[in-house]
Design a protein around this ligand. Structure first.
Ligand code: GLV
Length: 322
């Protein structure tokens, strides 16, 4: 039987399916597997099932000469040196598609929560500071008639766009690919959406939502200069990857009220959050939860395991990374 390292607890039904076909070495610690242990336990394995918190770098790939597949339980795979893996003939897979709806719903949850000041209001109630209803108290921003600017136009961004008509929001987007590339129905979703340059999108959007992978080109895409292009009344939403935003620049801009607010699910150095963000009322901070429904996380784990089973069985992976 093949040997598989699984770096985290998976739903038991999913793990059982893998155990029928492979010897599973399960790391069951609460926190991410330490790098030394990852290297040591990768040795001799044909497959690794891992999370975004596991750095699958050259040292890990070199420690596992028999490796055939690294299956990330995530759509983003910036934690894996995919080019090096490819050069060694190791397949890398991710879990697209199955998390589209949960992440798109969550993006709207953040948009609604920050524009209507939900976390700020909740903090106020909990500390006993609410003095009662008043006509001008804690006013938020109406979404109807406003522009949502999507940076990136992958499947998640398109699902976010598909939900926009329910809120009367106009969608703008910046994308490197043609709008038709998103599969069935994607053209309809974008029928009324407007393609524009990043500068114009930042300039004109009331809410800017990030949907790009983390690459050398997108690292700090939203820096001080980009933020300066945004409206002072605008909100920034990040469910993509933390380092796409220069967190220090964002904290400074929020302190100076150069933006109305930001809602962040991801951070530059997770689980650390820039200390200047922690004291600010105009930022909503949640702990990397966008795909976090029981249904979706089970589907992600299941897809990762199906990729492992396919590759170890000599078949093509279901969802290799591009
Ligand atoms: C989570 O961040 C993912 O990439 O799936």
């Amino acid at each position: 039987m093949s040997a598989v390292l699984v770096t985290c607890k998976l739903p038991s039904s999913v793990l059982a399916k893998l155990r029928e076909r492979a010897d599973v070495d399960l790391y069951a610690g609460e926190a991410a597997i330490p790098a030394d242990e990852l290297r040591a336990r990768a040795s001799g394995k044909q497959a690794i099932v891992c999370l975004v918190t596991d750095a699958i770098d050259r040292s890990v790939l070199d420690a596992a000469p028999d490796l055939k597949i690294v299956a990330n339980v995530a759509v983003g795979y910036n934690n894996i040196d995919a080019a090096y893996a490819r050069s060694k003939g190791v397949v890398v897979t991710n879990t697209p598609d199955v998390l589209i709806d949960s992440v798109a719903d969550f993006t709207w949850a953040l948009i609604l929560a920050i524009t209507r000041r939900l976390s700020e209001g909740e903090r106020l109630v909990r500390r006993g500071a609410w003095k009662g209803w008043a006509l001008d108290f804690m006013l938020g921003t109406e979404l109807k008639g406003k522009q949502l600017g999507l940076v990136g136009l992958g499947r998640i961004a398109r699902a976010v766009a598909a939900r926009a008509p329910a809120f009367g929001v106009h969608v703008a987007y910046v994308s490197r690919s043609a709008p038709g590339d998103g599969g069935p129905g994607s053209k309809n979703v974008l029928a009324t959406a407007e393609s524009m340059s990043l500068d114009r999108l930042l300039n004109t959007s009331d809410v800017v939502s990030l949907h790009v992978p983390l690459t050398p080109e997108t690292r700090h895409l939203i820096d001080k200069k980009a933020i300066a292009r945004m409206k002072r009344s605008a909100y920034l939403i990040n469910t993509a990857r933390g380092p796409v935003v220069d967190e220090a620049a964002l904290a400074w801009a929020l302190q100076q009220h150069l933006l109305a607010g930001a809602a962040l699910d991801v951070y530059e150095n997770e689980p650390a959050v820039h200390p200047d963000l922690l004291g600010l009322e105009n930022v909503l901070l949640v702990p990397h939860l966008a795909s976090g429904t029981a249904e979706t996380r089970t589907a992600m784990a299941d897809l990762a395991i199906d990729n492992v089973i396919a590759v170890l069985g000599g078949r093509a992976p279901l969802t290799p990374v591009p």
